[in-house]
Design a protein around this ligand. Structure first.
Ligand code: PMP
Length: 407
């Protein structure tokens, strides 16, 4: 196989400079299994970063479902096939009964872009409220709703509120959303939606208790707008509370988007909606996505849902996540560099009190010791901890032991 230096040189020559690599010393990977990724020399890296392989890398049941369906039939939703219906039934059964219709897409960005389109058509509004350091995707529309993407400007009629990442900002979240609506009103803009990642991951992971979203949604709805829950990060049980992040908030959104973990690495995503919201959209327009809901994608997503259930991964996320948070809190009591430990289940944000440079040092030092994590937050000073949900106590111990060394 090619050397790491050779791959880096080819990559620089062949791929646009828009591509970025993680870590000061990029990680060269040739295979992966469960919570482990392996380099060409067989070196094992503990994956605590990647929110895609939710049931573990290359889970045999996912591989089997993919191979079986790929050998049998792969086609789109212009033909009558059973798999998209099976997937819609299984998926919708995990939602409150008000959310009863599905549209399949291929990426989180496509789901969010569609959700924005639907909300504008359904409400006749154009204003969208997001959190200050949100990331929602890569289309032109969403780049203007993703301040953390580095595009540097908001889209037309996009308004921001500080994310609820500590008690102060959480307690003011709803009134800041209301203030935003008043700003819109003064500008003659009608709200279409409040769009939030229900764990506010790119903002630095939200604080508990998550009681603020219901009040914010009420304000938005009173002004004629909708609540869009972006579940690309917290969805599929990661919070250890329930399947969807919004369920922790005690609120039922109008539109819910998902992606990343849905296919455990294969491009599968969806928009789930209140049927009455979609009705007006469907009256005015058609939506067809060639690969959205393709038979193989559906088979893969069904396997992921099976595994989450069979291996009780939501319970595992809750229990192992609690162990991990306890361990991090214990570390924080000994190391002043480590501040607030936020999040839920196996989605944890650990505040670094000494700024971005130190956060970057910690992330890279962990990587040198074979533990892969990331960073987040407006100031780049939050450790982002987000392992596959098959994470076990021994992996928690390895992560905590290595972090203790690095601190
Ligand atoms: N929403 C959130 C919260 C995300 O983190 C991401 C991806 N990082 C997206 C949407 C976009 O998903 P995708 O990259 O699959 O288009």
């Amino acid at each position: 196989s090619s050397s790491t230096a050779d791959l880096l040189a080819r990559r620089r020559r062949l791929l646009a400079p828009t591509y970025g690599l993680f870590y000061e010393e990029p990680v060269h990977i040739t295979r992966a299994s469960g919570v482990w990724m392996y380099g060409p020399d067989g070196r094992a890296y503990l994956d605590v970063y990647n929110n895609v392989p939710v049931v573990g890398h290359c889970h045999p049941q996912v591989v089997e479902a993919l191979a079986h369906q790929a050998a049998l039939l792969n086609t789109h939703t212009r033909y009558l096939t059973e798999k998209p219906l099976e997937l819609a039934e299984r998926l919708l059964a995990t939602f409150p009964s008000e959310l009863a219709t599905a549209i399949f897409t291929c990426t989180g960005s496509e789901s969010n872009d569609l959700a924005i389109r639907v909300s504008k058509v359904a409400t006749g509004g154009t204003g969208v409220i997001i959190s200050e350091w949100a990331y929602h995707g890569t289309t032109e529309t969403l780049a203007g709703m993703s301040p953390s993407s580095g595009m540097g400007r908001l889209g037309t009629h996009v308004y921001t509120v500080p994310a609820p990442i500590d008690q102060e900002s959480a307690s003011q979240f709803a009134s800041r959303v209301q203030a935003c609506i008043e700003t819109m009103r003064a500008a003659g803009v009608k709200p279409a939606a409040l769009l939030v990642d229900t764990i506010f991951s790119s903002d630095g992971v939200s604080a508990d208790p998550p009681g603020y979203l219901a009040a914010a949604a009420e304000h938005v709805r009173a002004a004629g707008g909708l609540l869009i829950a972006d579940e690309v990060q917290p969805g599929f049980g990661r919070t250890g509370h329930s399947m969807w992040g919004f369920q922790r908030h005690g609120v039922v959104p109008d539109l819910v988007t998902m992606g990343k973990p849905m296919g455990n690495g294969h491009p599968v995503s969806a928009l789930i909606a209140r049927p009455e919201v979609i009705a007006e959209f469907a009256r005015q327009t058609r939506y067809f996505n060639t690969f959205g809901g393709n038979t193989v994608a559906c088979a893969v997503a069904l396997a992921v849902l099976d595994i989450i259930e069979q291996e009780q991964l939501i319970t595992n996320a809750r229990e192992i996540g609690a162990q991990l948070r306890r361990g991090l809190q214990e570390l924080a009591s000994r190391h002043p560099t480590l501040g607030a430990i936020r999040g839920a289940g196996l989605f944890i944000g650990a505040q670094i009190t000494t700024g971005k440079a130190e956060t970057t040092r910690i992330v890279n030092a962990l990587r040198q010791r074979g533990v892969l994590i990331g960073s987040a937050g407006r100031n780049g000073d939050v450790l982002k901890i987000r392992p596959p949900l098959v994470f076990k106590q021994e992996h928690v111990d390895q992560l905590l032991g290595t972090l203790a060394q690095v601190l």
